[in-house]
Ligand binder design. Structure first.
Ligand code: ZN
Length: 326
């Protein structure tokens, strides 16, 4: 009797939840892009990518702002599938701030990332935290910036949300949530340890910030290591590449972007003027830049020429090897 009742109750529950409980079947090699954003005077959000997997959704990168997080949780809800694993392409907070809240909603999801977060927490992010606290203490931070700074400090107060539960120590082919992926580690490129992902069955390559459509973000970069990582990507038989910021690219578009990146490094290493290098980037990468953003792109390119590509030798080398005592 009790068994019968349980069976009926089971049927009733299934019927009551109806269509919502049976989402459309996962396309075998399906993926879905939740675009990030890059806007002046606001921290960017990186692109996030969902990969359909036998055991649920794999989420690559979790954005920065609450609006981006809401889109990620909303997609999983719409699909009616759990987030079964998270991968961070790199520790930059426009790709990882959402980790904590996504993992709170899906506590069983492991986090795959390199261990580069550890020296970032001890160096770059510790400096950022001190600067943020000083800025708030000094007052005068505009309200829209203040919310972003407080969100940053909340992550700094919970750094375990950034630490991998499945550290990726070297390139390897893995089944993540039942989907076979090749995780590739690029050392000393955008960060001390970047991951880029190749899905052979889908011909899909997820590049993280090794490819950023409008301007490569060089804050923690080793430019020559980055150039080598782009050569490895070029040697991979992908048909579609999703950059860290910007729209998906085919192979020809990626090769054009890589050439523009190489030209920028070569220009910065030459006697050419700063303005010529900026103009060169803008013209070489014009197809990746949206109208109306010229001033922002020039400003950012100039900033990276000054602070990284043409910085003093010690500063240029700062992110090109194991962190030095400071
Ligand atoms: Zn980014």
């Amino acid at each position: 009797m009790r068994r019968w009742a349980a069976a009926v109750m089971g049927l009733l529950t299934a019927a009551a939840s109806g269509a919502a409980a049976s989402p459309p079947p996962a396309p075998a090699h399906g993926w879905h892009l939740v675009p990030g954003s890059v806007e002046p005077n606001r921290g960017p959000d990186g692109n996030s990518i969902f990969l359909e997997a036998p055991e649920g959704l794999i989420l690559v990168d979790t954005g920065r702002h609450p609006e981006h997080r809401d889109q990620l949780l909303g997609f999983a809800r719409e699909r009616g599938r759990p987030i079964a694993a998270i991968v961070n392409t790199h520790w930059h907070l426009d790709h990882s701030t959402g980790n904590g809240e996504i993992r709170a909603a899906f506590p069983d999801a492991p986090l795959y990332a390199t261990r580069a977060i550890e020296s970032a927490l001890a160096g770059f992010l510790a400096d950022g935290r001190r600067q943020a606290e000083a800025a708030l203490a000094a007052g005068g931070v505009p309200p829209e910036r203040e919310a972003e700074i407080r969100r940053f400090l909340a992550v700094m107060a919970a750094p375990d949300t950034l630490r991998p539960t499945r550290p990726v120590r070297g390139s390897a082919e893995l089944a993540i949530a039942g989907r076979r992926l090749r995780l590739n580690v690029a050392s000393f490129a955008v960060t001390e340890g970047d991951l880029w992902i190749f899905d052979p069955a889908a011909g899909l390559l997820i590049a993280g910030d090794l490819v950023v459509a409008e301007v490569p973000f060089m804050d923690t970069a080793c430019p020559e290591g980055w150039r080598r990582a782009l050569d490895e990507i070029a040697a991979t038989p992908f048909t579609t590449l999703v950059p860290g910021h910007g729209e998906p690219m085919d192979r020809a578009a990626f090769l054009a972007w890589r050439a523009a990146f190489g030209n920028l490094l070569d220009c910065a290493a030459s006697d050419s003027s700063r303005d010529i290098c900026i103009a060169g980037w803008r013209s070489d990468a014009a197809r990746f830049q949206r109208p109306g953003r010229e001033a922002m792109i020039d400003r950012m390119t100039g900033h990276y020429i000054d602070t990284r590509l043409r910085a003093a030798p010690q500063e240029r080398a700062r992110y090109c090897g194991p962190p030095q005592e400071r």
